[in-house]
Design a protein around this ligand. Structure first.
Ligand code: GRF
Length: 186
């Protein structure tokens, strides 16, 4: 039985959003942190706090084969909600279909502006006065699913992509736990 309040977080790197989802957990429990990068920095933090982890290098394994292994691990733990947090791997259509409507992602732009990468540089380049981040439902199309929540961050004329990224990241850390908490209790 999939329980919406049992959450798995998928990461590929440092996992700062993962940390805020775990530290600010309200109405849900993080029962697994999974990674396609066995050396992802965030895995160490999770293990140190006693959170179960699952890590398997995705290179060299068929996309769907990999996703079937991951999916059975989630079912084994009765996960009902998945939160992608800096997970740099595109999920197979099979996986998205299996977990339709149950996968969330955090993206560093005000969607549906700036899907994909280099969002901050693109916002500055376009002369935008406001940037931000969005939590959205994952569908087969990259960064295109329903937006569940957003936070705006003012863009300063002196901002570089790096300085803007820093402020948006701080906003992500407040937004994601709040949206996830609302999502699992609706
Ligand atoms: C964040 O900027 C997030 O919006 C994007 O990837 C980055 C992940 O950072 N999807 P972290 O691993 O959570 O620190």
């Amino acid at each position: 039985m999939r329980d919406p309040k049992r959450v798995a977080i998928f990461i590929s790197g440092r996992g700062s959003n993962m940390r805020s989802l775990i530290e600010q957990a309200n109405g849900y429990s993080v029962v697994l942190v999974a990674s396609n990068k066995p050396h992802a920095e965030g895995l160490i933090w999770a293990r140190d706090r006693g959170v179960q982890t699952w890590a398997l290098e995705s290179k060299g394994i068929g996309k769907e084969e990999y996703d079937r292994l991951l999916s059975s691990e989630l079912d084994h733990l009765q996960v009902g909600t998945i939160a992608l947090a800096g997970f740099m791997r595109i999920l197979s259509p099979w996986f998205v279909d299996q977990w339709r409507g149950r996968i969330l992602n955090i993206h560093p732009s005000l969607l549906h502006k700036y899907r994909g990468l280099d969002t901050h540089a693109r916002a500055i380049e376009a002369g935008d006065l406001v940037g931000g981040c969005s939590v959205h439902i994952v569908t087969e199309e990259l960064d295109a699913g329903q937006v569940l929540g957003q936070a705006e961050v003012r863009i300063d004329p002196k901002d570089t992509a790096a300085s803007l990224e820093q402020r948006v990241l701080a906003a992500e850390h407040r937004l994601y736990p709040k949206v996830l908490s609302e999502f699992v209790s609706r």
